[in-house]
Design a protein around this ligand. Structure first.
Ligand code: NDP
Length: 286
């Protein structure tokens, strides 16, 4: 089974559009998402454009604040202060990476936690760690769980999940979400010994490494659910740029029970989950 992330994202957006309409009708609230972009990184610009389009499609208010590359940290903090105090803004997202002269951790800490729809603020990651309700949970990890359930159904309890990668953006939060789902979780990283052997034990294998075709077919248990988070730009045999994941898709597809493709797997779910977080933030503060 190839897990269709594009379709799953369409389904989630449809459900969100209904919720947005209901929020308008019942509470006279239109969820609003503001994306702040500093500089002109081409990949970030494409990503932000997609976010704006999809936010509007589900009936939410989308705003975009573009700041020049030489914006100082103090100016960005001032901008965030304004957005924190603006009642029409329910979600704030500062597009990463930021220019080198700005400290990302300072910026993330300055976003009001109840508007932190990326889920990177320490209060939200702490709530996720404690298993508290009301946390805004990072988007890509949420997408991974939704996609795994497309193959495995709602109940993941007792399954062995192996996560490759321990970043704050993907590896750690996805491991915590799997733990909440009552999986037995193993987190692996660049210092892990016997990685292939550990991966072979996985019922659910999540690859968030950032290395093209890193996970080989011999690392995958027959029938496992493989979620490929990686986005790697490589050249094909004709020298044309193409995107591949962290998993050797062609070989692994023959062994696993289900796999997410790249592109068209986890990627589309990330923005859909961002919209979901914004709707949740608007509802929580209604
Ligand atoms: P990071 O670079 O922050 O983390 C990569 C992780 O992989 C680290 O924990 C690192 O270990 C681990 N790693 C590196 N080499 C090895 C190795 N040889 N064996 C085992 N583990 C290794 O990346 P991110 O978590 O931010 O992203 C991971 C991938 O997911 C990237 O390709 C990124 O583009 C993609 N991504 C996709 C998204 C989407 O929407 N689909 C969203 C976010 C990311 P260590 O900690 O020891 O260094």
């Amino acid at each position: 089974m190839i897990i269709d992330g594009k379709q799953a994202a369409v389904d989630l957006r449809k459900a969100l559009a209904i919720e947005v309409a209901q929020l308008k009708k019942d509470k006279n609230i239109t969820p609003g998402l503001t994306v702040v972009l500093v500089g002109e990184d081409p990949a970030s610009q494409i990503y932000v454009r997609n976010k704006v389009k999809q936010t509007r499609e589900v009936g939410m208010i989308s705003s975009e604040i573009k700041l020049p590359i030489d914006t100082t940290q103090a100016q960005l903090l001032e901008q965030l202060e304004q957005l924190n105090n603006d009642n029409s803004v329910h979600g704030i997202l500062v597009q990463l990476p930021l220019p080198k002269h700005i400290d990302e951790s300072v910026i993330i800490a300055a976003i009001a936690p109840h508007k932190d729809v990326d889920g990177f603020h320490a209060l939200n990651s702490g709530r996720l760690l404690n298993g508290e309700k009301g946390a805004l949970v990072p988007c890509t990890p949420q997408g991974c769980i939704i996609l795994a359930k497309k193959h495995l159904g709602e109940d993941l309890s007792g399954l062995h999940a192996v996560v490759i990668g321990r970043s704050n953006i993907v590896g750690k939060p996805v491991a915590l979400l799997l733990l909440q789902e009552h999986c037995t979780v193993t987190i692996t990283h660049s210092r892990t010994k016997n990685l292939a052997e550990i991966c072979r034990q996985a019922d659910i294998l999540i690859a968030a490494v950032g290395r093209p075709n890193f996970v080989k077919a011999s690392w995958v248990k027959k029938g496992a659910t493989v979620i490929d988070v990686g986005i790697n730009r490589i050249e094909d045999e004709n020298g044309k740029a193409k995107l591949v994941g962290d998993v050797d898709f062609t070989a692994v597809e023959k062994i696993c029970g289900a796999i997410t493709p790249v592109p068209g797997g986890v990627g589309p779910m990330t923005i859909a989950c961002l919209l979901k977080n914004t709707v949740e933030a608007a509802r929580a503060n209604a």
